[in-house]
Design a protein around this ligand. Structure first.
Ligand SMILES: N[C@@H](CCC(=O)N[C@@H](CS)C(=O)NCC(=O)O)C(=O)O
Length: 205
């Protein structure tokens, strides 16, 4: 049986929960695993001291986007992550953009304004983070205006899951946001999927 470790207020754990739900897979969920991420037992599982972690038999996997890709490949769901090189590259490009670019823009503002982290209260840094976050969301808006549907084109893929979660966080963080009509229309499309409502737009920022 698959086992997912990590609390479900984590955006990265929620990516995996949403993917598991899309795939209709049974799994055990250890919410409290990694409450203390620096124990020798947890560090032996993930030396980065981070959640999520997926256990599948002997396999121990960390990095949320990799876990999502693994699950979809395991189930042969070509629709969520195509095997054809061009179609796959487009999905992966946007997944990498989420993890390697977008993710860094919101971290400071979110830690400051939502998590109230006392070490993230520099107003200049908050303003910089918000400006960068909004600019990146504008890149997404321009792109979605072209596809007119989902991130990688006419159909829903893993790129929509990982960026869908980040976008919900953007709407739930108390910042000034520009109007982004293509993003808004895409979110309405996502909202037709029960797993989106269960794991992304579930009231948790
Ligand atoms: N690149 C990693 C990042 C994972 C990550 O940042 N996890 C956060 C929770 S969202 C974490 O474990 N933070 C440490 C903590 O909660 O103490 C991934 O995508 O899995």
């Amino acid at each position: 049986m698959l086992k997912l470790l990590g609390r479900s207020n984590s955006i990265n754990v929620r990516k995996v929960l949403w993917t598991l739900d899309e795939l209709g897979l049974a799994f055990e969920h250890e919410e409290s695993a990694g409450d203390d991420l620096r124990t020798p037992a947890f560090l032996a599982i993930n030396p980065n001291a981070m959640i999520p972690v997926l256990l599948d038999g002997e396999l121990v996997l960390w990095e949320s986007n990799t876990i999502c890709r693994y699950l979809v490949g395991r189930e042969g769901r070509d629709d969520l992550l195509p095997t054809a090189p061009v179609a796959r590259a487009v999905v992966e490009q946007w997944m990498d953009w989420q993890a390697g670019e977008l993710n860094y823009t919101w971290s400071y503002a979110f830690q400051s304004l939502v998590r109230r982290n006392p070490e993230r209260q520099d107003p200049k840094a908050v303003a910089h983070s918000i400006a960068s976050w909004n600019r990146h969301m504008g890149i997404l808006d321009d792109h979605l205006a072209k596809t007119g549907a989902f991130i990688a084109g006419p159909s829903f893929t893993l790129a929509d899951i990982v960026i869908g979660l980040a976008t919900y966080r953007w709407t739930m963080t108390p910042i000034e946001r520009p109007a982004l009509p293509a993003v808004e229309a895409w979110v309405t499309r996502l909202a037709q999927r029960p797993p989106y409502l269960a794991h992304a737009a579930n009231g948790k920022p």
